[in-house]
Design a protein around this ligand. Structure first.
Ligand code: NAD
Ligand code: UGA
Length: 444
């Protein structure tokens, strides 16, 4: 099929590259000419495993990029909206979605024949048949369900494994306003494995499935962080052992041909210095905001956010067990990306921690293997190290914030340097017995 994708970020570009790989003809559209040029030169504008190879194979063949939205929409049968949906003032900000929908509407005004428009951005329930449909109809003078199809197909990929997640999804949620839209979506995903569960529903349910999915992940993380705090307070119990025990329950286990498959790591039950990223914090905020607008106080989800907001304080508390004052103490922050295997720093837990350390007067160095932000207000006055060795040399405190595999070599490196800083493990990936001074989230 001929597909256009409006918004070429983490989701839009991965979607475009993966759809091109399975044989569709894809045009990616972005307002950022730098991204467009890079894609057309088969260069990945983001760090995502497998993406450079997909671009090399498909750019200039089945995949191209442009800033010309109207031409891309005119030339394709199905158009995805994959622009950002940030949270602002405690609720979702739909300005990019609305602007893209209006522009698509103008583009189809004179387009002959039927076309299908599908929202892939995460939008609060009711947006597709509300804001999006109205914007397209107003700008085009056409009618949804008559002149064009309208759908909502949320994306469940995770940064770091986005290409694999898109290619081998755990589910396909296909929301459509009518049978014709569903037929188009079915055709698009025809080549995907038949065993992937497909949920065919209306757009508003599809939107709610996406939010509920992210909200449950955030809830599990805050739950494990709350239990971890209690473990620390009670003593003699380690939250990691507890969560391993919890995770053996049948309901966290996949049964495959009589075999029990339990993830070795407790997925989303790992206590730590908090969840970040461009999705979980903003999506839970958006859901709480939608509740408020509907006269509902979503107390559980508000607590999820509150607990998450307090995790940097837990890291500060652990440092406080060893240091009465952090004034002029050299501190190394390991990890700027919000999670490993990505260059994405949006809402990274590193930033609230850095802000608190600055307030206390610590001397800060930060290091990340991939994320090297040139400008970020919270990094002003923070020395950015080029290597792990450079970051920890001379540090009195080392804080592990992101679960990068490179950081598991910390004990050997400190041995070589002959230093024994306090190590505060915000991800519980290090062996406490390898360090002279060690604190970790969720330990006595
Ligand atoms: P992003 O910020 O990386 O990319 C959005 C892109 O849209 C940017 O490149 C921007 O320049 C472009 N854009 C904005 N307005 C435009 C317009 N009118 N025309 C053309 N391009 C325009 O965002 P993202 O992380 O890819 O997220 C996109 C959506 O997908 C969000 O709703 C997000 O919640 C959702 N989502 C993200 C992930 C993820 O892991 N990042 C996973 C699932 C769902
Ligand atoms: C998340 C969801 O996992 C995806 O399913 C979803 O598609 C995506 O949001 C989205 O809607 O954008 P992502 O934000 O890429 O994906 O990353 P996660 O792996 O969920 O991690 C989010 C944050 O939670 C990270 O800061 C991570 O360190 C933290 N986390 C994760 C924990 O603190 N504990 C855990 O057990 C798991």
């Amino acid at each position: 099929m001929k597909v256009s994708i409006i918004g070429t970020g983490y989701v839009g570009l991965v979607t475009g590259a993966c759809l091109a790989e399975v044989g569709h003809e894809v045009i990616c559209v972005d307002v950022d000419p730098r991204k467009v040029d890079m894609i057309n030169s088969a260069e990945a504008p983001i760090h995502e495993r497998g993406l450079p190879e997909l671009l090399k194979r498909n750019s200039g063949r089945r995949l191209s990029a442009t800033t010309n939205l109207a031409a891309a929409v005119a030339d394709t049968e199905i158009t995805f909206i994959a622009v950002g949906t940030p949270a602002a003032n405690g609720k979702i900000d739909l300005k990019y979605v609305e602007a893209a929908a209006a522009e698509i509407g103008r583009a189809i005004r004179d387009k002959a024949g039927y076309t299908t428009i599908v929202v892939k951005s995460t939008v609060v329930p009711g947006t597709t048949i509300g804001v999006v449909q109205s914007a397209i109809e107003r700008a085009s003078g056409k009618t949804a369900g008559v002149d064009f199809g309208l759908g909502m197909n949320p994306e469940f990929l995770t940064e770091g494994t986005a290409v694999a997640d898109f290619t081998f999804p755990d589910r396909l949620v296909l929301g459509g306003i009518d049978a014709r839209t569903h037929d188009v979506l079915r055709d698009l995903y025809q080549s995907f494995d038949d065993s992937v569960p497909r949920i065919e529903t209306n757009p508003t349910t599809a939107e709610m499935i996406k939010y509920a999915s992210n909200a449950v992940l955030a809830t599990m993380i805050s739950f494990s962080n709350e239990i971890a705090r209690l473990c620390s307070a009670v003593g003699g119990v380690d939250a990691i052992d507890v969560m391993r025990g919890v995770h053996q329950a049948g309901y966290f286990t996949i049964r495959h041909g009589g075999e029990r498959l339990t993830a070795p790591i407790c997925s989303f039950l790992e206590p730590g210095c908090g969840f970040g990223g461009s999705c979980l914090p903003k999506d839970v905020t958006a859901l709480v905001g939608q509740g408020r607008e509907n006269g509902l106080s979503l107390d559980l989800l508000q607590s999820v956010l509150r607990i998450n907001g307090a995790q940097p304080d837990e890291m500060m508390r652990l440092m406080g067990l060893h240091y009465q004052s952090l004034r002029d103490v050299p501190v190394a922050v390991l990890g700027i990306a919000f999670k490993p295997d990505t260059d994405d720093i949006r809402e990274s837990p590193a930033f609230p921690l850095i802000r608190r350390l600055k307030e206390q007067g610590a001397t800060l160095t930060a290091y990340d293997p991939i994320a090297r932000p040139s400008e970020h207000p919270d990094l002003a006055g923070v020395r950015l190290a080029d290597t792990l060795r450079e970051a920890v040399a001379g540090a009195k405190i080392v804080l592990l914030v992101t679960r990068w595999s490179e950081f598991s070599a910390l004990d050997g490196l400190l041995g070589e340097l002959g230093t024994q800083p306090l190590v505060v493990d915000g991800r519980r990936v290090l062996d406490p017995s390898s360090f002279a001074q060690y604190e970790g989230i969720g330990r006595a």
